[in-house]
Design a protein around this ligand. Structure first.
Ligand code: ATP
Ligand code: PRP
Ligand code: NIO
Length: 486
């Protein structure tokens, strides 16, 4: 039997449902629980990440419900009793979500999304929330790295054909726009998200007319703004001369905006193409480049003095080619006990960096008062008032001898309330505003953190209270384990 795909409630791992069932059956499904999302390593060797995915999370949680067909399916493939299925059928999201907002810079080992509410609901949403944050943050970060090396040059996203299926193409295109791309070739993403669309033409057009001149002429006769793809046969001997000939013949009837090169040594070829265009009087005609580009090839081409004005990037941005998963995790940091008290929880590991930080937290972005430049992030327990402190002692959570005292600072909380006990209290910004905000955030970082190669490590420190809390919980658990072993 095939079921209708009519919602995202089952976009979860089966083990989440099995845990929900356990909590429900044992009577603790409604206990207050706090889960936090964080990642341990920045992707691509980057000094920062750009947070994206919140809009999809909001849409998902607003509409979170098990449909009739979800329940029919679970009835067929699981052994859950009818009473549990009824509980699922009636379930609505009543949790509180605090989160970074799209375009915010986020760093490793700090909470970027926080759930507080009924334990069972917190468990259910883990998979989908991670799915959305991991992919979109990854692509927005890759895009921001590419933006960092192109300066103000126009940047077009061409990735849909190489994306991991259709929904990745859509959300990836959106994330690339947030990270600093100017336009996309994906028309559906233009329609749905309002991203500007742009495009040239493919080799097929030239192949269909069997030579450059006839193809460009046909194209120019019916399109006003034209960019010709000049590398189908021979860029310098055939493609560019044909483009120039058509442009001269058509005169004012077209706007000869550019030529695109998609193969060969792009530093050498672009310089020769520039000479050819300039010699023919087309000094304003731009050179567009594409072909497996990313921040590394683009930076290299710039160093070689390539005469490229506009960049088309597909595969490497949409698939986050060199770092295909962000690796954000979702950990339980606090849970209500049988007396109604919150107890902080930890996940231990022999690797110090993998030990989770217990307790409900807030991240404070510390900037220097006056110039707004970043000093680091300060992860404090949620009850601590950081903004009104005179001075702040910041120390590395693993190497505590690395420390500094900051005075005359501004502290901004990163996690904002998005849902308050199930009610959406955050107004989703327009996509262009998110992108603008992301660009401002990147600008506020020192260049040492934004350079693409071997950036400085941005400080993410724990408050003394958060650190003490973590150490005392580790000690308590170790004593308990030792006691069991004795
Ligand atoms: N001057 C350059 N410096 C560094 N990298 C370059 C330079 N020119 C091109 N590249 C990059 O090198 C790679 C070239 O790969 P390859 O030789 O397979 O492409 P190609 O010449 O386009 O061949 P094809 O015709 O099969 O597409 C691409 O990723 C391209 O972006
Ligand atoms: O290289 P990317 O960064 O992924 O950018 C997208 C690529 O898609 C197109 O090539 P494709 O061979 O698919 O089609 P074409 O016939 O138009 O060249 C385009 O020419 C780019 O090379
Ligand atoms: O418009 C383009 O030039 C384009 C679109 C998709 C993929 N590659 C190039």
């Amino acid at each position: 039997m095939n079921y209708k795909d009519d919602g995202l409630a089952l976009h979860t791992d089966f083990y989440e449902l099995n845990m929900m069932y356990t909590y429900w059956k044992q009577g603790i499904a409604e206990r207050n629980a706090i889960f936090e999302v964080y990642f341990r390593d920045l992707p691509f060797g980057s000094g920062f990440a750009v947070f994206a995915g919140l809009e999809h999370i909001v849409n998902y949680l607003k509409d979170l419900h098990f449909s009739d067909s979800d329940i029919d399916y679970l009835k067929e493939v699981t052994e859950y009793p009818q009473a549990f299925l009824d509980y699922l059928h009636d379930l609505k999201f009543t949790g509180t979500i605090r989160s970074a907002v799209e375009g915010d810079l986020v760093f490793n080992n700090e909470p970027i999304v926080q759930f507080e509410g009924p334990l069972a609901q917190g468990q259910l949403i883990e998979t989908a929330v991670l799915n959305m944050v991991n992919y979109q943050t990854l692509v927005a970060t890759k895009a921001a790295r590419i933006r960092a090396v192109v300066g103000n040059d126009p940047l077009m996203e061409f990735g849909t054909r190489r994306a991991q299926e259709t929904s990745a193409a859509m959300w990836g295109t959106r994330a690339a726009f947030i990270g600093g791309f100017n336009a996309t070739s994906n028309v559906r993403a233009g329609k749905v998200f309002g991203i500007p669309i742009s495009g040239t033409h493919a080799h097929a057009l030239v192949q269909a007319y069997r030579d450059d001149y006839n193809a460009f002429k046909a194209y120019a006769e019916v399109n006003h703004d034209v960019t010709f793809l000049v590398d189908t046969y021979d860029t310098l001997r055939s493609g560019v001369p044909a483009a120039i000939r058509v442009a001269k013949e058509m005169g004012d009837k077209i706007d000869f905006q550019g030529v695109r090169i998609d193969s060969g040594d792009m530093a050498y070829i672009s310089k020769r193409v520039r000479q050819q265009l300039d010699a023919a009087g087309f000094t304003d005609t731009k050179i567009v480049a594409s072909n497996d580009l990313d921040e590394n090839t683009i930076q290299n081409l710039k160093m070689q003095g390539a005469k490229i004005d506009t960049w088309g990037v597909g595969t490497k941005v949409i698939t986050a080619y060199d770092h295909p998963a962000l690796g954000a995790v979702y950990k339980l940091v606090s849970i209500e006990d049988e007396h109604g008290e919150m107890t902080d929880t930890i996940k231990l590991s022999s690797n110090a960096e993998k030990v989770s930080t217990p307790g409900k937290k807030q991240v404070w972005r510390i900037t220097r008062h006056g110039n707004g430049k970043s000093e680091g992030d300060y992860v404090a327990l949620a009850y601590e008032d950081i903004a009104n402190q005179e001075s702040l002692y910041m120390f590395h959570p693993n190497f505590t001898y690395i420390n500094k005292t900051v005075r005359d600072f501004d502290a901004r909380p990163l996690l904002r309330t998005i849902f308050d006990q199930g009610k959406l209290v955050y107004e989703l910004p327009a996509l262009v505003d998110i992108r603008e905000y992301a660009m401002q955030c990147v600008d506020s970082l020192w260049d040492e953190y934004t350079r693409v190669l071997n950036p400085q490590e941005y400080p993410v420190d724990l408050s003394q209270a958060a650190w003490d809390n973590k150490m005392s919980i580790i000690k308590r658990i170790k004593e308990k384990v030792n006691w069991h072993q004795a």
